[in-house]
Unconditional design. Structure first.
Length: 374
């Protein structure tokens, strides 16, 4: 039996598991390595924080999905990779041998990018840790009216979480978004950025276009020299490669992520596939978005089947634009597609439908694919 190891339960791998549940991979023993038996769907986590979704609405049961697919489940995390020996070292100390390895572990938030963050900040990723710690922040706000909550990061995650926390904490806390020197939602259409800023201001979320450089108890220092009261710093910055990637022996892109080509294989080790936030397509760079990982899932599945059968692999051609839907925590949402954008309750209903359909598509007995995957 050939050994295929799926490391990580990201957006692409859940689609691989669903495909294997429908049609197994003959002659191949498949193992899924993931730290948690469930996977939080990132698109719905702000809705969980805002109280618009129950936690179970936003989770995919990886253990159940693996069971239906006939895939062995190992609850552990990747610690190291030895590609020449084709071995994966796990955090628990065990080694897993593989004939082919697929990596969809996601990236990590930098713990030391801001002085004092490791000691004092609440990190948005990993999502399961963040959601588990969220009730503590709610309790703290209830005990200390006027609590100063500062979300650090002006991207989509920071925007959505600032509004979600403001809605959840109501009058118990003051919420500030430190968006960075690049401003709010860099890379999005100008009109959408104006709408997003208006949404934050209408809900009394203060927005500061400056970089956070140091966190101390009760205080945040900005690059401009000013100091901001801060009782609860929440980091929602962009991801960096997991620590083990640097010594993985795989060729890396200039930003340190695993370099992959058109067939989603490592450019240096073709038996290793990588998708999502752990990788970088060097032949066709695209933004880091869950939509790209979801749409890579069917191509990854087809290529894993082709690998098992000794057949030619097919390329994944990312679309030029990806649909972005940003929750405003009140039932409305913002949408962008390239230079186009929209805002309103109808966008919120659209986002809700897409998100629910995506998670529901992985539950037992559900047929069809989600709108997000189309």
């Amino acid at each position: 039996m050939k050994q295929l190891v799926l490391a990580g339960g990201g957006h692409a791998h859940v689609r691989v598991l669903a495909a294997l549940a429908a049609r197994p991979l003959p002659g191949v023993e498949v193992t899924l390595v993931t730290p948690q038996p469930t996977q939080w769907y990132s698109g719905m986590v702000p809705g969980v924080i805002a109280g618009r979704y129950a936690p179970e609405d936003a989770q995919i049961d990886l253990a159940a999905l693996a069971h239906r697919a006939g895939v062995r489940l190992v609850l552990d995390a990747v610690a190291a990779l030895r590609p020449e020996a084709r071995q994966l070292r796990l955090a628990g100390g065990n080694d897993l041998a593989y004939d082919a390895l697929s990596l969809d572990t996601g990236g990590e938030l930098a713990r030391d990018l801001i002085d004092g963050a490791r000691e004092h900040a609440l990190f948005v990723r990993p999502l399961h840790s963040f959601v588990q710690l969220w009730p503590r922040l709610q309790s703290l706000a209830a005990r200390q009216p006027g609590l100063q909550v500062v979300v650090i990061g002006g991207g989509a995650a920071g925007f959505e979480l600032a509004l979600a926390m403001r809605r959840a904490l109501v009058a118990q806390a003051r919420v500030t978004l430190v968006a960075g020197n690049a401003g709010l939602l860099p890379g999005f259409p100008r009109g959408l950025r104006h709408r997003a800023l208006a949404a934050l201001k209408s809900r009394a979320v203060t927005v500061i276009a400056d970089d956070a450089v140091e966190i101390k108890p009760g205080q945040l220092r900005l690059s401009g020299g000013s100091r901001l009261p801060c009782d609860a710093p929440v980091l929602a910055l962009g991801v960096q490669p997991p620590a083990w990637v640097a010594d993985s022996g795989l060729r890396l892109a200039s930003d340190g992520f695993i370099a992959t080509g058109a067939t989603l294989q490592s450019v240096s080790h073709p038996e290793v596939f990588a998708v999502g936030d752990v990788s970088r397509r060097i032949d066709a760079p695209h933004p880091r978005s869950g939509v790209y990982a979801v749409r890579a899932g069917p191509v990854l599945t087809a290529n894993l089947r082709a690998w098992a059968a000794g057949q030619a692999l097919q390329p994944y051609r990312p679309q030029r634009f990806a649909l972005a839907l940003l929750s405003c925590a009140d039932g409305t949402a913002l949408a962008s597609w390239g230079p186009l954008f929209a805002h309103g309750a109808w966008v919120g209903r659209w986002k809700d439908r897409i998100d629910r359909a995506f998670v529901e598509s992985f539950r037992e007995g559900v047929q069809g694919t989600s709108l997000l995957a189309r």
